[in-house]
Ligand binder design. Structure first.
Ligand code: SF4
Length: 181
C-alpha cells in the first residue's frame, strides 16, 4: 500500500497559514517519508491525482471559485481540516461582510483614493472569479472535520495535528500550542 496523501489549498487567505506549514522546519523530511503531497501550492500540483487522506484548507470562501475548490477538496479528501482564522471565521477578508458588495466593488474599482478608472466600469470578465455577497467560513459551505485555530496556527500545532490524524488518533493539544497571549 502506498503512502497516504495530503492536499492543501489557500482560498481567501494570505498564505500565512501555508508559511506556517513550512515552519515545521526539518520535520518536513519526516513528513515526506510518511505522506505524499497531492494537489497543493507547496508542490504546485494543480489537480487531484488521487484520493487524499487529509486536506488542509487555508482561507474562507470569498468567490464562487473558492466554493468550487472547497467542494472539490471535500469530494477528494477523507478528512478536511480548516487551518487558521480565515478558514474558521472568514478572518480579515470577512471585514467586508458588513458592507454591501456593490459598495465594496465601487470602492475597489471606482471611488478608491488610488483608483484611476475614467470609464467607471467594474471588471466583469468571465475569467475573473465572481465575488460572493460575503465571505463564508468553510464549515458553512462543506462539512469540516477538524479546526486548527490561530492566525496562523503555529508550525508545531500543524505538525501535532497532522501526526495525530495520520496515526488515526484524536486531536488534542497541550495548552502551549493553542494559547494566543
Ligand atoms: S488565518 Fe491569518 S495567517 Fe492564515 S490566511 Fe488568515 S490572515 Fe493569513
Amino acid at each position: 500500500m502506498g503512502k497516504p496523501k495530503i492536499a492543501t489549498v489557500s482560498l481567501a487567505g494570505c498564505f500565512g497559514c501555508h508559511m506556517s506549514m513550512l515552519d515545521i522546519d526539518e520535520r518536513i523530511f519526516d513528513l515526506v517519508d510518511i505522506v505524499d503531497f497531492d494537489k497543493s501550492p507547496i508542490n504546485d500540483i494543480k489537480e487531484f491525482s488521487d484520493r487524499c487522506l487529509v486536506g488542509l484548507i487555508e482561507g474562507g470562501c470569498s468567490t464562487e471559485e473558492n466554493v468550487h475548490v472547497l467542494q472539490t477538496f471535500r469530494r477528494n479528501c477523507d478528512i478536511l481540516v480548516s487551518v487558521g482564522a480565515c478558514a474558521i471565521t472568514g478572518g480579515i477578508p470577512a471585514l467586508r461582510n458588513g458592507i454591501p458588495i456593490s459598495e465594496c466593488l465601487d470602492e475597489a474599482f471606482r471611488n478608491g483614493p488610488t483608483v484611476y478608472n475614467p470609464d467607471g466600469i467594474i471588471p466583469c470578465d468571465k475569467e475573473i472569479p465572481l465575488c460572493l455577497d460575503k465571505v463564508y467560513p468553510c464549515q458553512q459551505v462543506v462539512k469540516i472535520d477538524y479546526f486548527l485555530p490561530g492566525c496562523p496556527p503555529s508550525g508545531d500545532t500543524i505538525w501535532e495535528g497532522l501526526v495525530a490524524l495520520l496515526n488515526g488518533k484524536p486531536l488534542g493539544f497541550p495548552y502551549e500550542l493553542i494559547k494566543y497571549d
